[in-house]
Design a protein around this ligand. Sequence first.
Ligand SMILES: CC(C)(COP(=O)(O)OP(=O)(O)OC[C@H]1O[C@@H](n2cnc3c(N)ncnc32)[C@H](O)[C@@H]1OP(=O)(O)O)[C@@H](O)C(=O)NCCC(=O)NCCS
Length: 163
Amino acid sequence: MISIQKANTKDAAEIKRLLKESWMSAYSCIYSPEEIDIVTSIWHKIELLKKQINNPNILFLVAKENRKLIAICNVEFVAKNKSIYIQKLYVAPIYKRQGIGSKLMNKVIGTFPDATKITLEVETENHNGQAFYRKHGFKAVGKKQFQVKNVLMDCLVMEKQLA
Ligand SMILES: CC(C)(COP(=O)(O)OP(=O)(O)OC[C@H]1O[C@@H](n2cnc3c(N)ncnc32)[C@H](O)[C@@H]1OP(=O)(O)O)[C@@H](O)C(=O)NCCC(=O)NCCS
């Protein structure tokens, strides 16, 4: 049985492991293993994940099957723009295409009934991720580039109007 709940700081190490596994699986055709190491070691530091879990402006959800972590999603709600920003949405490779990403997305949207917009960045070459967001009604509205040390990441900005 799959349950969705708020993350606890005790989940941080397992979240880090799931993120690394997901990055290796989803992005190995976009980035080299060394580039994945650089980005994940900075973006997914245990201390940073714990800060996000404890941040009152961030909703950090985990999906578990029994006690096993199988997916995560964290979003920030920016009240002044009534906007939800998806920071991370990752389903463990063997659990993909079973509706878990959709469950997390629906839970996020249901948590912020006042939100008028939901937005995110997804790698330009992550066509599977984009297909998922398009299925959920998102449209590409721009481009953004991130740089972590010497790793450049080209992303699409996608958004969906909620009201
Ligand atoms: C993108 C991701 C979160 C989707 O989660 P998921 O649980 O696998 O997706 P769902 O089962 O809820 O899919 C819902 C619908 O989205 C679309 N979709 C999802 N994955 C897809 C894929 N790989 N190719 C094409 N369409 C896809 C389909 O229409 C799917 O419905 P269907 O299975 O009935 O055809 C997950 O695949 C993942 O973690 N990917 C790696 C990381 C990533 O890309 N994250 C998002 C960018 S930040």
